[in-house]
Ligand binder design. Structure first.
Ligand code: PEP
Ligand code: MN
Length: 338
């Protein structure tokens, strides 16, 4: 349940409501807004009898939210959340953020070249996987901690904050030491223990949509992180599995405006994993910006033909530079300041 206070409600009236909620054995989470304060009620299993709350002074209305997510919903928090990754900001009203880099960290040199290329073309963040969730155990599994070092060095050299995937709770400490943002991949979107531990860190999180996750499940996964006190979550649509096999996944672009209606969290699009095809990345990147994505995550490799993972969907440095020129033209047209 959400309790919406009058704009003129006093601090004492807000405290009185919080006490009344606590007296019902539930937790009250005040959410101060620019116009009024709302108070989220957490911990209830079913419908909450609000008769004793509705009549308290300063209460404007109560809204029953029977969804598995509350803290990430717009009802709970009407203002957009801005996620700040070492100075790079994602969210409503801000220019879309482009994250680029290889699927996997392979060598120090590969990471350095990739970082230079994406930085020169205008990317604001660098990506690269050190712990790779591969479909089969015989595929390259990533360089692990050694790879994190290469990523960190390349980030420092280029001045770009870095994001990398965490697959297990035990990896969290070392990844937090080396990266600015934690990625939870599609395959771990419902690894609830991992989500809780990620939520206990104060690192910003990039949460990718599970390949068969509904929007409600996607938001409920984000709720796990936010409920632990970490509200710095960026959502990422990366395509869902459908009957269509020509593309690797099916990019569900409608979730971008839909999630912006349902949630205050920023949402970005990964056209590389969504399509699996280099030739489709530019068109789908543009489409993502047109529907209001707060950013893009794009795979770029200095030599895609030799990539140890996802070469077919990776752009070359030159290909990425061309894409960025195209996107800049579009940004001006869409009314962003460029
Ligand atoms: C990735 O970004 O490297 C990745 C593995 O993506 P996803 O989890 O979306 O498949
Ligand atoms: Mn990949």
């Amino acid at each position: 349940m959400l309790i919406v206070m009058h704009h003129h409600a006093t601090a004492e009236q807000i405290d009185q409501v919080i006490d009344a909620v606590a007296a019902m054995g539930l937790k009250a989470e005040p959410i101060p807004g620019s116009l009024r304060t709302a108070i989220g009620v957490l911990g209830n299993q079913g419908y909450v009898d609000d008769s004793s709350i509705r009549t308290l002074p300063g209460v404007r209305e109560t809204i029953h939210v029977s969804k598995p997510y509350k803290m990430v919903s717009r009802d709970f928090h009407p203002e957009p959340t801005i996620v700040d990754v070492s100075g790079v900001r994602f969210g409503d009203g801000l220019n879309p953020v482009v994250i680029a880099g290889p699927c996997s960290i392979e060598t120090e040199e590969q990471m350095m070249i990739a970082a230079e290329q994406v930085k020169a073309a205008g990317a604001q963040m660098l990506r690269g996987g050190a712990f790779k969730p591969r479909t089969g155990p015989h595929s390259f599994q990533g360089l692990g901690v050694e790879g994190l070092k290469f990523l960190q060095q390349a980030g420092k050299a280029s001045g770009l904050p870095v994001v990398t995937e965490v697959m297990r709770i035990e990896q969290l400490d070392v990844i937090c030491e080396h990266a600015d943002m934690l990625q939870v991949g599609a395959r771990n979107m419902q690894n609830f223990d991992l989500l809780k531990e990620v939520g206990k860190t104060r690192h910003p999180v990039l949460l990718k949509r599970g390949m068969s996750a509904t929007i409600e499940e996607f938001l409920a996964a984000a709720e796990y992180i936010v409920a632990e006190g970490n509200s710095q979550v960026v959502l990422c649509e990366r395509g869902i599995r459908t009957f269509e096999k020509t593309t690797r996944n099916t990019l569900d672009l409608s979730v971008v405006p839909l999630i912006s209606e349902m949630s205050h969290l920023p949402i970005i699009v990964d056209p590389s994993h969504a399509t699996g095809k280099r030739s489709l990345v530019t068109a789908m990147s543009k489409a993502a910006l047109v529907v209001g994505a707060h950013g893009l995550m794009i795979e770029v490799h200095p030599d895609p033909a030799k990539a140890l993972c996802d070469g077919a969907q990776s752009l070359t440095g030159d290909g990425f530079a061309e894409l960025m020129v195209d996107l800049n033209g579009l940004l001006g047209y869409l009314g962003y300041s460029v």
